[in-house]
Each structure stands twice: as structure tokens, then as C-alpha cells.
Design a protein around this ligand. Structure first.
Ligand SMILES: [Mg+2]
Length: 435
């Protein structure tokens, strides 16, 4: 029997703050980083093709804390059977989340939970590689009962029971192969955030917005929340540049209190805004619901900092969000994201995943595509975020053409990075950081 031999963890950081790429109202100088993990096995094969790869995305300082958190999980995996089946994946997830001492650091939130997510995602990467399938197709190859088995229903059953989940998944079963075909033909709609970073000047924002439309994007997102007059001016510039038919979204990255959010969004409403993203604290379910009622029909979107399935459940129950932005690297990996996708399907809320950062586009596209094929079965009002940064460091980079993610066909989850990128950007001793 093949076993896991260890977790190899590396602190990789990219100096993105030099050009203010990724800057927003709260995170003014991010260095996009990855606590990068390889789940090593005793039969990993040529050049590690049978190992598993995952990561936690951070924005610089603290990436070393994530590295340590991942290492703290090693005792749960070393010597365990290689998780290459649905049963073993479910077992590994429960083992990691259920550590009776480590859970004190959460429970199921923050640094430790993100570390668990990276290890769980590495296991799914490994399983789908060994099945010879991209992750989205691997998920879609599981039966509804096998998918339900992946989900921890603790704290969910007042909103979603295992029987209801099974029913939702069975309902999506008949059209699976047609939807997979359609995905391979047409891809999955994307939207872009690359035009609207807060640190960019007006001319750059206008140029990038025009380029985005020329590239086929139909939704553009702008960062807001530092200065309302600046936001009005930038929105006017972009609206004039792209015309009335392009959707615009705005993202405050948690900048406001509830009252401020309502006032600010109302001032920006005349420029035609589909959603306001992260108007306030991601933990403030009731505040988010108050904002949603006040700014409708503008939608409230959130999720990239929502710590687990329980908060998502509350956001849905409270009708606080109309757009659910799950993140591949925030919660407890594929297993918890399956719970979140089924919850969203139950409440009829579209999932528009958060991406960007390092590797988030590579990863999250698989979850959105699995949702379309095997869970919600829907693609309307759904778009995956796209940020055109750092893809060159990945072995299987995303391909976005004509405003659509091309469905990946190579096996795995997409987190594997090039060895030379890891060596060059390794912190603090890689050549990019030693000068
Ligand atoms: Mg955001």
C-alpha cells in the first residue's frame, strides 16, 4: 500500500507591492505569497507527478505562520494511505478538522483552518492526478452519495440536511455529460479585476478598462472605499469608457461600517453597479443583511474572507448576500467548498468565486466548473474572477480567452508551481529577496 511520506512546505513570496498590483482600500501594499505544500508519497513517480500540490494564499507577512501551521499537520498524514479514493479523501478531511487540540486555534477558522485547506486541496490534487482527470471532472465523476460523504453536516442541518443535499445532487445528475461538453466547447465566463486596483492612476484605469472590453470581458470590477470623490470620478471615467452594456462591480474590501457603506454605495449607484463586494466585516452577517436591504437592487457579494460553511449558512439564511464568492484557499479545502456549493444551490444564490492572488484562478476554476456540471447545474449570473498576474509560475496556468476560462484538461487541481519559480522567490533566501 502506497503511503504519504511527508509534507514539504515552502514560503514563496512575490514582490507585487513594487507596482501596487493588488492594492485596495485595506491592503495597500500586498506581496502576493503562497505557503506552498507538496504532499509527498513513496510512489510519487517521475518528477513527483503522483504527489499532491496545494497552497495557502497570503499577502506577505504571516506567510511563515501558515508554513508552520501546515507543518503542524504533518503527524496526521505521514504514514497514512495515499488518499486516492473518495473514502480516503473524506477520512483525511475529518481527521484534519477533528484534531482535538489544534481545533482550539479555531475552531474551523483562521490560520489553522487555511492550513488544513491547503493539505486537503493537495490530497484532492493527488487523487485527481492519479485518476488522470482535471479536478472539476474528478468531482463530477463521483456519485451524489460519494459527494454527500465529503461534507461535514455538523452545524448545517437547520439549513441543509444530508437528504436534501443528496436530492440536489441527484437532480443535477442527468445533464452532467452535456454540461461537461458545453464547458469544454465554450469555457466558463470570467470577469476582470485587473483594471481597477486602487493604486492605479486614472489614465491607467481607463486604458485597462477599454482593453478589458476589447478582450471580451462583460463585467469589470473596481476597488473603492478610500475616498468617495475619487471613487465617483473613477467610476465615471470607466462608465464613459466602456459604455452602458458592460456590468460594473465595486469592491470595498471591508472598509466601511454599516451606515457608511449604505451612504457610499448610494452615491456610486448612478454609475450602474451590479454588486458591492465586502462592504463591511466578513463576520458581520446582520450588518451585511442591513446593507443588502438598503442598497437593493445593487447586490451584496462576499466570501473571500468568510471563514467557514457556518458563516456562509448564516449569510444565506439572513438573505445578506446575492452573490456568493467562495475561495479555494480560505476554508477547509474541497470538502468544505462542496458544502458551500450545495448550500448555495439550495438557496438559489449564484456562486461567483474569488480569484486572483497567487494560484487562486488556477484552483477555483475547478470548483466553479464542478458546480456547473454536477451541483447547481447552472451558469447564469455566474462569473469567475480573473486577475492576470503570476500565472507564469504555474505548471498548468489558466487560459482565459474571449472573456472565458478555458476548461482545463490536464490532471489535477492546478496548484503545482515550477521548481525554478519556487527557488527564485523563496523567502527570505531566494535570489529575488537577497540583494
Ligand atoms: Mg474582493
Amino acid at each position: 500500500m502506497a503511503v504519504i511520506t511527508g509534507l514539504d512546505v515552502v514560503d514563496v513570496r512575490f514582490p507585487t507591492s513594487r507596482d501596487l498590483d493588488g492594492s485596495d482600500a485595506m491592503h495597500t501594499d500586498p506581496d502576493y505569497s503562497a505557503a506552498y505544500v507538496t504532499m509527498c508519497t513513496d510512489d510519487g513517480g517521475a518528477e513527483g507527478a503522483g504527489n499532491g500540490y496545494g497552497l495557502v494564499f497570503t499577502i506577505g507577512r504571516g506567510n511563515d505562520v501558515e508554513v508552520a501551521a501546515i507543518r503542524a499537520l504533518e503527524t496526521h498524514v505521514v504514514g497514512r494511505p495515499v488518499p486516492d479514493s473518495p473514502e480516503l479523501l473524506a477520512d483525511l478531511y475529518r481527521r484534519l478538522v477533528g484534531d482535538s487540540q489544534l481545533r482550539w486555534l479555531g475552531p474551523e477558522k483562521g490560520v489553522m483552518h487555511m492550513a488544513i485547506g491547503a493539505v486537503v486541496n493537495a490530497a484532492w490534487d493527488l487523487a485527481s492526478r492519479r485518476a488522470g482527470l482535471p479536478l472539476w471532472q474528478y468531482i463530477a465523476s463521483l456519485t451524489p452519495a460519494q459527494l454527500v460523504e465529503q461534507i461535514d453536516f455538523r452545524y448545517l442541518t437547520d439549513a441543509l440536511t444530508p437528504d436534501e443535499a443528496l436530492e440536489i445532487l441527484r437532480r443535477a445528475e442527468p445533464g452532467r455529460s452535456e454540461r461537461a461538453e458545453r464547458l469544454l466547447e465554450r469555457g466558463y465566463p470570467a470577469y476582470t479585476t485587473s483594471a481597477g486596483w486602487l493604486g492605479y492612476d486614472d489614465a491607467k484605469v481607463e486604458r485597462l478598462a477599454r482593453e478589458a472590453v476589447a478582450d471580451g470581458f462583460t463585467l469589470i470590477k473596481l476597488k473603492v472605499g478610500a475616498d468617495c470623490a475619487d471613487d465617483e470620478r473613477r467610476l465615471r471615467i470607466v462608465r464613459d469608457a466602456v459604455g452602458p452594456d458592460i456590468e460594473l462591480a465595486i469592491d470595498a474590501n471591508q472598509r466601511w461600517d454599516v451606515g457608511d457603506a449604505i451612504d457610499w454605495v448610494r452615491r456610486l449607484a448612478p454609475y450602474g453597479v451590479r454588486w458591492i463586494e465586502e462592504p463591511t466585516s466578513p463576520d458581520d452577517v446582520l450588518g451585511m443583511a442591513t446593507i443588502a436591504r438598503a442598497v437593493a437592487p445593487i447586490e451584496v457579494a462576499t466570501g473571500e474572507h468568510v471563514q467557514n460553511r457556518v458563516i456562509f449558512k448564516q449569510l444565506l439564511q439572513a438573505e445578506a448576500i446575492s452573490v456568493l464568492q467562495l475561495d479555494a484557499c480560505r476554508v477547509g479545502g474541497v470538502n468544505e467548498n462542496l458544502a458551500i456549493l450545495v448550500l448555495a444551490a439550495k438557496f438559489g444564490v449564484p456562486v461567483c468565486p474569488h480569484a486572483g492572488g497567487v494560484g487562486l484562478c488556477e484552483l477555483v476554476q475547478h470548483l466553479a466548473m464542478a458546480d456547473y456540471v454536477a451541483i447547481s447545474g447552472k451558469q447564469d449570473r455566474r462569473v469567475i474572477e480573473f486577475v492576470d498576474h503570476l500565472h507564469e509560475h504555474f505548471v498548468d496556468p489558466v487560459s482565459v480567452i474571449g472573456g472565458h476560462y478555458v476548461a482545463p484538461t490536464t490532471p489535477g487541481f492546478g496548484a503545482r508551481m515550477h521548481a525554478d519559480s519556487i527557488a527564485r522567490f523563496r523567502f527570505p533566501d531566494g535570489p529575488e529577496w537577497v540583494s
